[in-house]
Design a protein around this ligand. Structure first.
Ligand code: GLO
Ligand code: MG
Length: 346
């Protein structure tokens, strides 16, 4: 097992959400960005994730000069607070131009909008001191299979990634796959797809991925296998730990909340692969429950980190040589029970 090291943690302002779902309005009143930053600091987290418009609100109405100016002001606020920006992600799923896809829209003007907006996100990322741009490809897929040409959409995606890579020679793109929601079917549903499409770009070395536990589960995969796969390519540049109870809407539950053993295996994979050694963060893409009161608004974040740290102890105290001996004997029943008892032990 790799030498022990400590982990750095982060979350995004959207993870302090207000409780709205498709069936009902918010259950908590919105808080300011400053309040969220204070909470992040008070909880002892190290960095914040940003959508481009978390950093520069109302971004589409602003000039490039204005965008840069606001990003610089935000960077000063973060510096004063001693908080880093982990990444910036273009939010390509709100604007009217992206209703039928962003990079893969059937409308050339909409595709152009998506690329230009992504370039502004890159400018913001650089000003905020991060080289990591996360691409959750929310609307790149179809509701009606015949409405788009999936083969051509691969070219559109590569065209967009190439434009971003050419815009700034230092940025890295981390693709965050998700198999469905909001689309019926997504074009980049798994880490295998993300790493394969990276090879078609002008600079494959700068295109990697971000694994979200819930998204892997929604694809019917084990998130820890996705971690091992991505890390075999040195391409796991960020991580959204959370949990998901089976195949239903994207739940963004606290880490470990649905399946502690699956969570344990994720932590163990991260440990075994030395995740974080190049400065990567553990990010929690978790949401409070709709029923959560304002008084307990941060609990899901604090709890996710506590669970992570408890499971880290479990991963580090797991008896690897005993497990290895059982593997050699092919006594998987005993191995199975050994894991369960280890997780249950004090
Ligand atoms: C939704 C995604 C979303 C992204 C975020 C950053 O399912 O997980 O939370 O991670 O917008 O790109
Ligand atoms: Mg996510």
């Amino acid at each position: 097992m790799a030498k022990k090291h400590s982990y750095k943690f982060c979350f995004g302002p959207w993870n302090i959400s207000e409780g709205a779902d498709p069936y009902g309005p918010p259950t908590r009143s919105p808080q300011t960005f400053d309040w969220k930053l204070d909470q992040l600091k008070a909880l002892g987290f190290d960095a914040m994730m940003f959508h481009d418009d978390d950093a520069v609100p109302d971004i589409d109405a602003k000039s490039e000069v204005q965008i840069r100016k606001e990003a610089r002001a935000l960077k000063r606020r973060l510096d004063d607070a001693g908080i880093a920006a982990e990444m910036v992600a273009p939010r390509l799923w709100f604007a009217p131009q992206t209703i039928d896809g962003a990079y893969t829209s059937n409308d050339a003007r909409c595709r152009k909008y998506a690329i230009e907006r992504s370039l502004r996100s890159i400018d913001i990322a650089r000003i905020m001191g991060t080289d990591l741009v996360v691409l959750w490809l929310a609307r790149e897929g179809s509701y009606i299979r015949e409405s788009k040409n999936a083969r051509r959409c691969v070219d559109y995606l590569v065209e967009a990634f190439d434009a971003m890579l050419a815009h700034d020679k230092r940025i890295r793109l981390a693709i965050e796959p998700k198999p469905n929601e909001p689309m019926d079917v997504a074009y980049v549903p798994t880490i295998g797809h993300a790493l394969a499409i990276a090879q078609l770009t002008r600079d494959p070395k700068r295109v990697g991925c971000l694994i979200e536990s819930a998204h892997a589960i929604l694809a019917g995969l084990d998130p820890s296998d996705e971690i091992d796969f991505a890390m075999a390519f040195n391409k796991l540049w960020s991580l959204h730990l959370n949990d998901q109870n089976g195949l239903k809407f994207d739940q963004d539950k606290p880490f470990g909340s649905a399946n502690l053993r699956v969570a344990f295996n994720q932590v163990r994979s991260l440990e075994q692969n030395g995740y974080g050694r190049n400065g990567e963060y553990i990010c929690f893409d978790v949401h409070p429950f709709r029923t959560t009161s304002e008084e307990h608004w941060l609990a899901h974040l604090d709890n996710s980190r506590r669970t992570f740290l408890r499971l880290l102890e479990k991963a580090r105290s797991f008896n690897d040589s005993e497990a290895k001996a059982l593997v050699q004997k092919r006594d998987y029943a005993a191995l199975d029970q050994m894991v369960i008892e280890h997780l249950l032990s004090k």
